[in-house]
Design a protein around this ligand. Structure first.
Ligand code: SAM
Ligand code: SF4
Length: 318
C-alpha cells in the first residue's frame, strides 16, 4: 500500500486490548478509564482476517501492543494465527513486561520474534510511583525470561522525564555495556491535562547526547525506524533516541494502527480513524477502504512541545 506522499506502508500495529494492569502517569488517568465493551473488541478471528487482507496488500511486519497486550487472554493463540501468514516476516510486541516471565516461552514458540519492554526507572519505589503500582522485580524477571528464550535483541523503552528519571540516564546507558540490549530514550509526548503528561517534564533527547560526547552515531539499518542509534566505545549494546518532538520522523513512516475495537488509524498520533469491523463481510469494500485510508495518511503528525492531544492513548517507539 502506498500513501499520497509515496511512502510504502508495510507495518501494522495491532492494539489487542485497551486495558492495562498499570496506570503510567503520562499515559492513563489513575481512575475513570472508560473500558471498551467486550462485544466491540475484535475477536482473534477478526484480527486474523484483517491481517490476512493487509498481508495480501503488502503488510509484512506486525507489532502487538495495547493497552497492555499480555492482559488479553490466550494471546499466544493470536500470535500463532498471524504467524501462519507466510508474507508476515516479523511479529513483535511492546509490553510493560509485568506478565512477560510467565508467557515468554509460549510467546516464542508461537512465533513472536522479539519484545520491546517499557521501563522508566530502575528504582523500585520510583517505578511503582510512575506506573502507579508496578512491581519492578516482575519486569526484571520478564527481561531475564525474554533473554533466556531468545526474544532478542531486547529493546528497553525509557520515557525521559525531567525531574522524574533524568538522573537515571547513566544507569540505563550502563545496561548496554556488557549486553546486546538496546536502550531507547523516548521524548515525553504531551498527553492529558495533568501530572507527568504535561510539558513541565518534557526533556529533549539531546540531553542524552550532551552527556556522552563520545557516543558514536551508527548508520541507520532500517530507514523507517523511529530511533537513531548510538554506541559508546567498547560497549556491546546500543542507545536509541526516539525524538517525536525535537526531531519528527514522519518522512519515512511506514505504519498504520488497528485499535482493539477495529478502527484503522493512518497516523498513530491522529484522532482520525475508520471502522473496519463492518467491512469484514465485504472483501472488496474492505480492500477499497484500506487502500483509500492508507492513501490519505497525512504528511506528518501535529504534536509539538506545548500542544496537547485530547486522547489518552498514544503510541510511539514501539
Ligand atoms: N503497555 C505496553 C507498554 O507500556 O509497553 C504497550 C502500550 S504503551 C502505550 C506503548 C509505549 O508508549 C510505551 O513504551 C510507553 O512508554 C509509550 N508512551 C505512552 N504514553 C507516552 C507519552 N505520553 N509519551 C511518550 N511515550 C509514551
Ligand atoms: Fe499501560 Fe503501557 Fe500505558 Fe503504562 S504505557 S499505562 S503500561 S498502556
Amino acid at each position: 500500500m502506498i500513501d499520497q506522499f509515496g511512502r510504502t506502508i508495510n507495518y501494522l500495529r495491532i492494539s489487542v486490548t485497551d486495558r492495562c494492569n498499570l496506570r503510567c502517569q503520562y499515559c492513563m488517568p489513575e481512575e475513570g478509564v472508560e473500558k471498551k465493551k467486550h462485544r466491540d473488541i475484535l475477536s482473534f478471528e477478526e484480527i486474523d482476517a484483517l491481517v490476512s487482507k493487509m498481508a495480501e496488500m503488502g503488510v509484512n511486519k506486525i507489532r502487538i501492543t495495547g493497552g497492555e497486550p499480555l492482559v488479553r487472554k490466550n494471546l499466544t493463540q493470536l500470535i500463532s494465527m498471524i504467524n501462519r501468514h507466510e508474507s508476515i516476516r516479523e511479529i513483535t510486541m511492546t509490553t510493560n513486561g509485568i506478565y512477560l516471565a510467565e508467557h515468554a516461552d509460549a510467546l516464542k514458540s508461537a512465533g513472536l520474534k522479539r519484545v520491546n519492554i517499557s521501563l522508566d526507572s530502575l528504582k523500585p519505589d520510583r517505578y511503582q510511583a510512575i506506573t502507579r503500582g508496578g512491581d519492578l522485580s516482575m519486569v526484571l524477571k520478564g527481561i531475564e525470561a525474554a533473554k533466556r528464550v531468545g526474544l532478542t535483541p531486547i529493546k528497553i523503552n525509557v520515557v525521559l522525564m525531567k525531574g522524574i528519571n533524568d538522573d537515571e540516564i547513566d544507569d540505563f546507558v550502563t545496561l548496554t555495556k556488557d549486553e546486546p540490549i538496546e536502550v531507547r530514550f523516548i521524548e515525553l509526548m504531551p498527553v492529558g491535562e495533568d501530572g507527568h503528561g504535561s510539558t513541565q517534564h518534557y526533556l529533549s533527547n539531546t540531553t542524552v547526547l550532551d552527556k556522552y560526547p563520545n557516543m558514536k552515531c551508527l548508520p541507520k539499518k532500517d530507514p523507517s525506524s523511529p530511533a537513531t542509534y548510538y554506541q559508546l566505545p567498547e560497549y556491546v549494546g546500543k542507545v536509541g533516541l526516539i525524538s517525536p518532538i525535537s526531531g519528527k520522523f514522519c518522512e519515512m513512516c511506514n505504519r498504520v494502527r488497528l485499535s482493539a475495537d477495529g478502527f484503522l488509524k493512518y497516523c498513530l498520533h491522529s484522532n482520525e480513524e475508520i471502522a473496519l469491523k463492518p467491512l469484514l463481510k465485504d472483501e472488496a469494500l474492505l480492500e477499497h477502504t484500506l487502500r483509500r485510508t492508507v492513501f490519505m495518511k497525512p504528511e506528518e503528525h501535529q504534536i509539538d512541545e506545548g500542544q496537547f492531544l485530547n486522547k489518552h492513548m498514544v503510541q510511539i517507539g514501539g
